[in-house]
Every structure is written in C-alpha cells, then in structure tokens.
Design a protein around this ligand. Structure first.
Ligand code: PEP
Length: 252
C-alpha cells in the first residue's frame, strides 16, 4: 500500500558541476516506477538540479528551511524561495541540525508546518542517541520527538527514523531493531493522526544504509524506504539501493 521512497541526503557535498554529473547519470539509469526517488543537493546546486530534473519523476529536496516567509534571518531560506526554484521536498530536523545547529523538536515542527503550508512535502527526522538507546530510553525519545506532529498534514509527511549512533558511523541498526522502532513510531503516528492515516505515512530508515544491507532492512514491514547519506553520493550505490527497494516492492 505504501510506495517505497529512497531519498539521498547529500549534506555539504557536490557543487553545481558534480550535481549535474550525478543527475545526468541517474537519469540515464532504468526508471523504477515502483519506487519514489528524491535527491537533496546543497542549496547552491538546487536550481541546476531542478532544471535537469524537469519532466522526470525524481523529487528534489532542500536540506533545511526557515519557518518564516521572509525577514531579518541572515543565512536562512524560506519555503517560498525553495518552491520558486523548483524544490518539492524538504528534510527537517536532521540529527546534524539538532546536534550542531541547535535544532529542537519545536523548531523542527515550525519548519515542517511552514514548509507544508507553502506546498513542500516534508521528510521529518527523528532518532535516539547511543546514550539514549543504552539507557533504554529509545521509545521515550521517539514518543517525544513525534509529539505534536498531528498538527501537520499527513498526506505530505514522511518520517525518517535515523538512530544517531548509526548515521555516518558504518554501524547499522539490525533489521529487527529498525522494525521495532518503526512499529513503535507508527503507533505514535496513530495517536497523532488516526490508524488509517498512520498506515499511509511512510517511515524511512536512515543510518549507514547501503547496497549490502538495503534489501534486509527494506524487507521489514514498517520500513518504507531509506534516507541515505554516504551511499547516496555515488550514483551506482544509490541506484543499487533503489533496485533493492524495487525488488522488495515486487516481493522478491
Ligand atoms: C543521513 O545523513 O541522513 C544518513 C543516514 O547518513 P548515512 O547514510 O551516511 O549514515
């Protein structure tokens, strides 16, 4: 029922020429209608990416957005600006924004709400730290990070469960750990929305997802795709993950 979504988060990688080369190669690979695909280049590469992706089914995400439409917010960009240059998605609340740039649940929710009001679809990131997992507070953290999401539009919302200890570390959640967390998050979404809506919201796994572990993670019933950092920077490995999702969608 839920279509797989594979989203690449390029972080602060790939200027305009590398973005062009990547997207041209991606467009040259066989399309996979069973899987939604999104790329998120850095801000400076978004206009070029938008131009190259015109007419394709591949979505374009920004990596952050401010909650106001305009104003004295040096260094920030608004949803309206992102829409104007052709973005259709935005990643909100990534753990690097939370850890390094002071993002909180409150600011992440404000960004998500403003983005949706401007017509952007939101990939909303949550996930526990290693210390939180080891002190058995994972569920408590996920519950508080999803609190208030009910104010968002469920049809334009994707949640990314990204255990912080697995991001960029090479350490991946086991398929069982991922499924357990995703099922718990779905329960939180049921309380925030309704059972029917929660069933339709895609929950992505993020954290050292790569071609060698994609199939086993994506086979789990509540894992509806991936938010991928390192392995999304190489078109061959990104395409291999998309193919793994297509195989899972076909029940292989
Ligand atoms: C991410 O940054 O969202 C991520 C999951 O990174 P990586 O795949 O490199 O762990």
């Amino acid at each position: 029922m839920r279509k797989f979504l594979i989203a690449g988060n390029w972080k602060m990688h790939k200027g305009v020429s590398e973005t062009s080369a990547f997207i041209e190669s991606l467009l040259a690979t066989d399309p996979t209608p069973a899987v939604d695909v999104v790329v998120s280049p850095p801000f400076t590469s978004l206009p070029t990416a938008a131009m190259l992706l015109t007419g394709s089914e591949i979505g374009l995400a920004a990596q952050n957005v401010h909650w106001e439409s305009s104003g004295a917010f040096t260094g920030e960009l608004s949803s309206e600006m992102l829409v104007e240059i052709g973005a259709s998605w935005v990643i909100v609340g990534h753990s690097e924004r939370r850890t390094l740039f002071g993002e909180t649940d409150r600011t992440a929710r404000d960004r998500a709400r403003a983005a949706q009001q401007a017509g952007l679809k939101v990939i909303y990131c949550i996930g526990e730290t290693l210390e939180e997992r080891e002190s058995e507070r994972t569920f408590e953290v996920l519950e508080s990070q999803t609190d208030g999401l009910g104010a968002l539009e469920s049809a334009e919302l994707v949640v990314a469960y990204e255990p912080v200890w697995a991001i960029g570390t090479g350490r991946t959640a086991s398929p069982e750990q991922a499924q357990e967390a995703h099922a718990f998050v779905r329960g939180c979404l049921e309380r925030a929305f309704s059972t029917e809506r929660a069933e339709s919201i895609r929950i992505l796994y993020g954290g050292s997802l790569k071609p060698t572990n994609a199939h086993e993670l994506l086979s789990k019933p509540d894992v509806d795709g991936g938010l991928i950092g390192g392995a999304s920077l190489d078109v061959d490995s990104f395409s291999a993950i998309i193919r793994a999702a297509a195989e899972c969608a076909a029940g292989e």
